[in-house]
Design a protein around this ligand. Structure first.
Ligand SMILES: *Cc1c(COP(=O)(O)O)cnc(C)c1O
Length: 463
């Protein structure tokens, strides 16, 4: 029994234990040694606190430490937050066809930048160009890493050391460190604020035009809404003013909806087609928001401007990899048949899921949950989902799920909820819900693998 510091074995002794030898064979001497050292240093501390261990316990601790180290850091989780496109949970889930496309190009060499017709160097943007032009009505397109990169590249290519005119009401912060004024400055441009927070008129833009004006820009107010006395300049008016000044009009759409025909909650959102038709010279949007594809930034619009963007040395640093292009191409193909999107594209499928379907899922899951949440009350409950990722910020989608509340609400209910949420995150497939109003909510809108979820919660251990 090891219960005093001087009885703690040397690392070399631990490494010769039978179980540890197997670990060394599987994972290599270096990794196991580091894990053994960590275990011993933890044990040293805990012996001071009066704990004792034996060799079996030590070898088990080493095993646990090695498992912790070798387990992937990036793991699948269940998103039951009710936010369909959750940035922290990786946004859009890809459709089957995109997964196949990724595996196909990841495994083998591809014609990424190789023209199979001429045998000469090709262009990686060509693979999605025809589809993008077909879907948006644009002349040309390019793909970059994300929409932030798309905006950065556009500004730097067209307005370096010159002025970007933008309404004060559209100087948005998307989240984290993405703030429009900072992006403009970091792209090497000068920001010229136009109008006021709530009202900007055409005349404000006309007055702001000058010899250094390089771009008129419009930014989608993705994650907020200004109500009351408000006025903004429409895409078509912006386009007209830009044309009269002979400068491009660029619009950052954020989500980049392609078609709204089939979904009620998308009716008020302008599509990329509409924005280009209204006269935008370039439009930028994300691949993993309402488009439902991989993380990417898409720029569509005038051929001459796209050419300038492609020539920017920054392009090399922002270009997407072959897996992104493969997945994006597959997702764009699905968009050519909008009627089938509700079936084939997870993002659209989640958005349009039937309320009664969610209600019956809740009824099936509730008894399973009750079995594993002893000190909690599990009720089937109405809730509301959101699209998320700055798409349709004020739009709520009626949904259904499970509300879990501590039975004994007198003491420390917040502490109990914290332990509950931890227990869910600690499951073999972590479950992420939402805590609000003294309850933990599991919104079932994005749950498709119900058998997997039910099997998973059998391991729930609330401490
Ligand atoms: C989301 C968003 C961005 C950033 O897009 P990423 O793809 O996350 O880089 C930029 N602008 C607007 C208006 C957005 O909504």
């Amino acid at each position: 029994m090891i219960n005093e510091p001087h009885k703690i074995p040397a690392v070399s002794n631990l490494l010769s234990l039978a179980d540890t030898s197997i670990l060394i064979e599987q994972h290599g001497l270096k990794l196991v040694t580091i894990c053994a050292q960590k275990v011993l240093s933890d044990v040293r501390k805990r012996i001071g606190e009066g704990i004792s261990v034996d060799n079996d316990a030590l070898s088990e601790m080493i095993q646990d430490e090695v498992s912790r180290f070798t387990q992937p850091s990036l793991r699948r989780v269940f998103n039951l937050t009710g936010v369909i496109l959750h940035t922290n949970l990786g946004r859009a889930q890809l459709p089957e066809s995109a997964l196949k496309a990724i595996i196909n190009v990841a495994k083998d060499p591809t014609n990424l930048e190789f023209d199979l017709h001429t045998g000469k160097r090709g262009d990686r943007h060509e693979h999605t160009q025809e589809l993008l032009c077909y879907l948006t009505g644009a002349e040309a397109s390019i793909i970059v890493n994300n929409n932030a990169a798309a905006v950065l590249l556009t500004l730097n290519s067209l307005a370096k050391r010159k002025e970007v005119l933008i309404s004060r009401g559209e100087l948005v912060e998307i989240g984290g460190s993405y703030r429009m004024p900072d992006i403009i400055v970091n792209a090497g441009c000068k920001l010229l604020e136009v109008g006021t927070t709530n009202c900007t008129n055409e005349a404000d833009f006309q007055r702001a035009l000058g010899p250094k004006t390089a771009i008129l820009m419009k930014v989608h107010p993705s994650n907020f809404e200004v109500r009351g006395f408000t006025r903004s300049v429409s895409n078509s008016s912006m386009a007209r003013i830009a044309k009269s000044a002979n400068v491009p009009f660029v619009t950052d759409l954020g989500s980049g909806l392609l078609t709204s025909s089939d979904n009620n909650c998308l009716q008020d959102e302008m599509t990329v087609v509409e924005v280009l038709r209204a006269g935008a010279d370039l439009a930028t949007f994300s691949g993993d928001k309402l488009l439902g594809g991989p993380q990417a930034g898409i720029i569509v619009g005038r051929t001459d401007l796209i050419k300038k963007l492609k020539r920017n040395p920054m392009m090399r640093a922002l270009r997407p990899d072959k897996m992104t292009i493969a997945a994006l191409e597959a997702v764009l193909k699905l968009h050519t048949n909008p009627k089938q999107l509700r079936k084939n594209l997870p993002t659209m499928r989640f958005m349009s899921r039937d309320f009664s379907e969610l209600k019956s899922a809740a009824a099936r899951i509730a008894p399973e949950l009750r079995r594993h949440c002893n000190e909690f009350c599990v009720t089937e409950s109405f809730t509301q989902s959101q699209v998320g990722s700055g798409a349709l910020p004020t739009q709520k989608i009626d949904s259904f799920g499970l509300k879990i509340t501590p039975i004994d609400t007198k003491n420390k209910s917040s502490k109990k909820l914290t332990s509950l949420a931890y227990a869910f995150r600690n499951l073999p497939i972590p479950v992420v819900g939402r805590i609000s109003a003294d309850a933990m909510w599991l919104d079932l809108r994005c749950l498709e693998d119900e058998p997997g979820f039910v099997k998973n919660i059998k391991s729930l251990q609330i401490k």
